[in-house]
Design a binder for this molecule. Sequence first.
Ligand SMILES: Nc1ncnc2c1ncn2[C@@H]1O[C@H](COP(=O)(O)OP(=O)(O)O)[C@@H](O)[C@H]1O
Ligand SMILES: [Mg+2]
Length: 337
Amino acid sequence: MKVLVLYNYSDNEVVEKKDPSEKFVKECAFAVKEVLEDSKHQIKINPLKDNIQSLKSLIELLSNGDFNIVFNLCEGFGWDSSMEHNVAGIFELLKINFTGSNSVTLASCLNKGRTKEVLTFYGIKTPDFQVLSSPSEEIRGTLKPPFIIKPLMEDASIGIRDDSVIYESSLFKSRISSFFEKYKEPALIEEYIDGREFNVAVLGNSQTEVLPISEIDFSGLPKGMNKVCTYESKWYKESIAYQKTPPVCPAKVDQKLEKKIKSVAAKAYRAMGCRDYARIDMRLSVDGTLYVIEVNPNPDLSTDAGFANIARAAGMSYKELISKILNLALIRYNGQS
Ligand SMILES: Nc1ncnc2c1ncn2[C@@H]1O[C@H](COP(=O)(O)OP(=O)(O)O)[C@@H](O)[C@H]1O
Ligand SMILES: [Mg+2]
């Protein structure tokens, strides 16, 4: 098979608000290329830059029919993650096979409100919520504090800070005003679930495999800090927030809870139409209710990121994981090889 490993790239500096994970996409793409080169496939790697010329060159390259499949590592167009689904749309228009989720799933999951509407339709629990388009909108009386405010359409903990959690309704107005000033996009207000947090990696298509459950250990966080995965805890390795929120995989869960988490993860994966691989984030409230926080199709495949670490805990090397994702996509298009 001829495989094109494609990743997004921009010559422009990443602006602070935008997704810092993009910076690591190139590294990840080269790691993927390296492990696939060891296999029976022929591999080429290409950046998709955020200019029309790069787009035209990609369309030309793919139209030549030289590739059987794209290993899609594009997390956006340039550094703009809201364009991730449009890149997948190009493959769809050109009828080119590609790894990971289709454009509809990528777009639906980027919008956390839309994700929650779909999950609710399928009877999958997710914290009660409201989308606010302007700071003057009133919050519905049935939504109960504490709340967490998040940008409606971001990932990688962008816009998630310690003070995103609001315990008193009286503080709400001022927080929401500063949110709109900073992010200039709709806000998602969710009931805050105080409890354990799990990341669940799923592989597969008609048959799904749920890998060992990973839990964020918040127990070392100093008193007064909220138990949330903030931007700081995700990206600033030297911060207390980063160092005191290590993932533990496999998580210490009893059999009953493990079964429940895995079944909810597989349901959410199917409800959102995920393909090949995805990661589901969940919280368990103190009363034992399991809530899906978000669904991440095409999660980061960097060698040291969550998905690869979870796969290692399942006894799968990085090479095995990447080959598995490619094979899942090939089988999805061509049937069992
Ligand atoms: N409803 C919620 N209750 C409790 N914590 C939440 C809730 N929503 C988000 N969080 C915290 O914020 C983090 C980031 O939120 P998430 O919706 O997963 O955004 P991202 O796409 O940036 O990962 C979560 O990992 C969790 O720690
Ligand atoms: Mg998340």
